[in-house]
Design a protein. Sequence first.
Length: 324
Amino acid sequence: MILRSLAALLAALLLSSCGYIGDPQPPLANIPARVTDLAAIQRGSRVVARFTVPDRTSEGFPIPRPLTLDLRIGTADQFNENDWAARAKHIPAPDIAEAQAIYEIPAVEWKGKDAIVGVRVTAGNGKQSGWSNFVVVHVVPAPATPELAPPSATPQGVKLTWRAAGSDFRVLRKAENGEYAAVAETTSPEWTDGAIEFGKHYSYRVQSILKFDSDHQAESDLSAEASITPIDTFAPAVPAGVHADVAPASIELTWERNMEPDLAGYRIYRSIANGAFEKVADVSAAPSYSDRTVEHGKTYRYAVTSVDRAGNESERSPAVQAAW
């Protein structure tokens, strides 16, 4: 009876426990996850390296703080991680913004060499991650910075021209209240931005790109900023193929459709016999018009212009004639 009571008490205690019976769990290693997205490139006279700072351990838990970043740059004839780390130069950590670390390292020390960049993280508990992916930067004399001329507005968009050595260039654009972003790469020292909207403000910068192969290149510093608020002062094309045909109650005009994306419509001009032309109608983008105010026994001449949304009007088309 006493044994049964003790067994029941033990069972109750086990059932009321918040733990569980099983093998003991190993302690957390708390080792920071290694950086896997290190990128580096030469820009002007600097090597720019960037990566995402890990915020988790290799087991997925928050890294004990504070973190210490150990980024190094050096050379190696035959790469060995330990030999490279012992000889490479440690670069002081920059301020970190939005989990991104960006280093700008003077490149003169490695000019003409293949500089190898790597980084590792040390947690507040003193434990280190492994080294990141390694990046090789072939350091050359700084590519010359392009001299960007003032932009100009054209019917096709904003035209940019610049002076620079080399044959590969990158164009960056910033729209109103935006940030700079690459919008084009070109092999010519000029480029026209056809994706703009007239009346909006844009800023541009250009840089030269020196390509070694498909995976390695060096960049110049960015050019000085050049800005413009392009205004549309460009008339659309003159309507082509205007025809006038006599109908029972009208003279019917037709012509070829204009292809400008900002076309608003067309304007019709008429003269009686050899009199002066007068505007008789504004029509939509449909390339046709019915003149129902004609009178029998009179001869009419017609000309058509195109008008864009900014109010720019083309020259008149060649006159066509019809007698009703």
